[in-house]
Ligand binder design. Structure first.
Ligand SMILES: Cc1cc2nc3c(=O)[nH]c(=O)nc-3n(C[C@H](O)[C@H](O)[C@H](O)COP(=O)(O)O)c2cc1C
Length: 331
């Protein structure tokens, strides 16, 4: 008896591959807060409440972004396998944890662009190291903006006149979070685990220990390390971009997660690297100030730093079989 049931006209092996690719999505602290229920005619995407991060993400906004990113991978992987995915977000008859239902809309040949994005899934990693000092080209920038629009959200490329204000807010959020014992304890539980861990951020992927001299201060995943390599200096002009939604509700968060992943895979396919800088959007007061910076018309969902990277290390993932819900979903 195979662990993976066949579904949507795909074989057990194909379904396993689809779930494996979905599980390669990014998530806060690599918490991988998703689960899947497979039925012959339907795949359900659920939030995993046991993987919530109640201090950094008390409203589960980033949890839904991560699940939206997993949903985008799932859509791509289904298309790659020849299935046109029909997605219902927040199904009204679903359980409390159900975030999306995916059915087959018939056979579909993948478009060349989708093939490239699907191939980029295993190559996409968070790049927390300094970038090279080569600016992102205008053409690349247009493609990134277009990728986000395709998912019904938009990208605000932060103009030079707003960088100073945003930088100050990023530093403030970092200081506030790092002075909160509960936040530090939650973070510590997800970093510096052994090589055999299949979740959390390993030291090898942590990037340099953040310094207050850094323009875009990173989240500190370097628990236990007190120094960084001498001479570490971040690039002077990364592309800073805010992914925004029109509304600020659960559906917009799932939509933004899909857009985040289309953006990040588009960047990867074009040879660019990215990291996410979220602390500023986790504190309600600094998120409000970013909202005001945008003129009050858009809900900021994710801040990305994009540029030309060097090498990155992959963060681990759980096996697809561990992501399955067998039987009715538990709340
Ligand atoms: C909603 C969300 C917020 C994130 N915030 C940060 C962040 O503030 N700093 C950071 O370095 N990475 C951040 N990440 C990236 C995750 O840490 C990363 O995706 C995870 O560790 C898995 O690693 P990978 O992206 O290399 O696959 C975020 C990812 C998501 C989806």
């Amino acid at each position: 008896m195979p662990t993976f049931p066949a579904a949507l006209g795909l074989t057990s092996c194909q379904v396993e591959q689809v779930i494996r690719l979905a599980g390669m999505a990014p998530s806060l602290h690599n918490s991988q807060p998703w689960r899947f229920r497979i039925m012959p005619h339907l795949i359900e995407l659920h939030a995993d409440p046991k993987r919530r991060l109640p201090v950094a993400d008390p409203e589960d906004r980033e949890l839904r972004l991560a699940c939206g990113a997993a949903l985008f991978n799932l859509r791509l992987a289904l298309t790659q396998a020849g299935v046109h995915p029909l997605v219902t977000l927040l199904p009204s008859l679903g359980s409390a944890t159900a975030l999306a239902e995916i059915r087959s809309g018939g056979h579909e040949h993948p478009r060349p662009g989708d093939v490239q994005l699907c191939e980029a899934i295993p190559r996409r990693h968070s790049h927390r190291q300094p970038f090279q000092n080569t600016p992102v080209s205008t053409e690349d920038r247009h493609e990134l903006v277009r990728a986000v629009q395709e998912e019904h959200t938009w990208l605000h490329v932060v103009p030079p006149g707003q960088l100073g204000t945003l930088e100050g807010l990023v530093h403030r959020a970092h200081r506030v979070q790092m002075s909160d014992e509960r936040y530090r304890a939650e973070l510590a539980a997800w970093v510096g685990r052994g090589d055999d861990s299949s979740e959390g951020v390993p030291l090898s992927a942590a990037g340099p220990k953040p310094g207050l001299q850094d323009q875009w201060v990173n989240r500190d995943f370097t628990v236990g390390q007190t120094e960084r390599a001498p001479g570490t200096k971040f690039e002077s002009h990364p592309l800073l971009a805010l992914l925004c939604s029109r509304t600020d509700d659960q559906e917009a968060e799932l939509q933004s997660g899909q857009a985040l992943q289309r953006l990040w895979l588009t960047a990867t396919a074009r040879g660019l690297a990215a990291s996410v800088i979220s602390q500023v959007l986790e504190l309600p007061e600094t998120r409000q100030e970013v909202h005001d910076l945008l003129g009050g018309h858009a809900a900021p969902q994710a801040l990305l730093r994009i540029g030309h990277g060097t090498t990155t290390t992959a963060a681990p993932r759980r096996e697809p079989a561990e992501l399955l819900i067998n039987g009715p979903a538990q709340g």
